[in-house]
Design a protein around this ligand. Structure first.
Ligand SMILES: [Zn+2]
Length: 161
């Protein structure tokens, strides 16, 4: 993906207030992110580990989503498949919940999905980050990337619906 700047990322949040978007922690090392290998940039808030964020460019426009880890640790540990990149992990998948954009979110509606706990889906898909067990799949890298982007776009569409 094309590198994004901090102001672009802050302006792209769809499911938190402008105030929250201006205060949340954006990675300081944006210049060093492996943008060429990223379908989206995801990160954990170093000061609030239950908070996570992701930003992607969908239909040519940056879209960022604020996420929260679900507290349900015992049953989330059994799940091991990331719903975005379809990587299997042992204990490395989190249920992340996004408040829905706009009025629905203010009424407490949210959308949840199992995702790689470190949000490094793009790097797992490309084999730049290793996992213990690999699913044998006959998809090409290109197809896996397309699938990850399609899954992410579907998730973001649910948040914005
Ligand atoms: Zn993943």
């Amino acid at each position: 993906m094309k590198p994004l700047t901090e102001p672009e990322i802050r302006a792209a949040f769809v499911n938190c207030t402008k105030g929250e978007a201006s205060r949340l922690n954006v990675p300081r090392d944006l210049a060093e992110q492996p943008w060429d290998d990223l379908d989206f940039l995801g990160w954990r808030d170093p000061q609030a580990p239950d908070r996570a964020y992701l930003v992607a460019v969908l239909d040519g426009r940056p879209v960022a989503v604020a996420l929260r880890s679900s507290g349900a640790a015992s049953w989330q540990a059994r799940r091991s498949l990331c719903s975005l990149c379809v990587t299997t992990h042992t204990g490395g998948v989190s249920l992340l919940v996004a408040p829905r954009a706009g009025k629905a979110g203010k009424q407490g509606n949210s959308v949840g999905a199992y995702m790689c706990a470190d949000l490094a889906c793009s790097l797992y898909v490309r084999g730049k980050k290793e996992v213990g067990t690999k699913l044998h799949e006959s998809l090409t890298l290109e197809e896996k990337i397309e699938r990850t982007v399609a899954n992410l776009a579907a998730f973001v569409a649910k948040v914005m619906a």
